[in-house]
Design a binder for this molecule. Sequence first.
Ligand code: HEC
Length: 190
Amino acid sequence: MKQTGIWIGFCAWALVACGDAGGGTDAGPEPEAEPEVTVDEEALIDAVANYQQAGFVKINDLPYTSQHGLADLVNVYVSTADATKYRSVDPADTDQSIEPFGPGATIIKEHLDDLGEFDGLLVMYKAEAGYNPDVGDWWWGRFTGAPAADTLADSGKVGFCISCHSETNDFADTDYVGGVERSNLDAPGF
Ligand code: HEC
């Protein structure tokens, strides 16, 4: 009981000391800005570099053609914990909506050239809430070769990725992803 009294006393003091930042002639210090949400690109590059060994699941069966004009064919890999949710996105279902992916979800689109050779990666990585809340807090990246800092040609809030994934293709209800044709899922019916 005695302790409760002490806490109430403390809170009353705190209200007087801190509670009137907004009004009066003495407005007090500016409220502190929210810390900016950032993405640790180095750690992300390390995780992505391993995509064929660990941590990712290949979603499609056969390489397929895509709207991505830079690639002749593509494969998609998704962070293991997020693969089921990604598989549920059906490009043929235009009314579908899904719960957004959680922070850390990573989707990799592997680009192949006309000979079927590796030709870079495009990556969507779900950052912490607040990174870019208007468009799902995704970080976007384009690697022109094997993932490394010097092959990362575009990264962050990349306008041309976002405009295509939101306006051109109205993917907002499926958290800005398009999905893979049902007939080309690696484990159909999963
Ligand atoms: C011309 C429009 C267009 C542009 C520009 C574009 N995308 Fe896409 N992207 C799509 C479409 C459509 C799909 C899904 C169907 C497909 O593969 O064509 C897709 C699929 C993806 C996927 C697989 C996940 C999914 O949506 O199913 C990733 C990852 C991806 N894009 C990343 C990027 C990144 C990163 C950029 C920018 C560097 C980018 N995209 C630019 C149209 C685009």
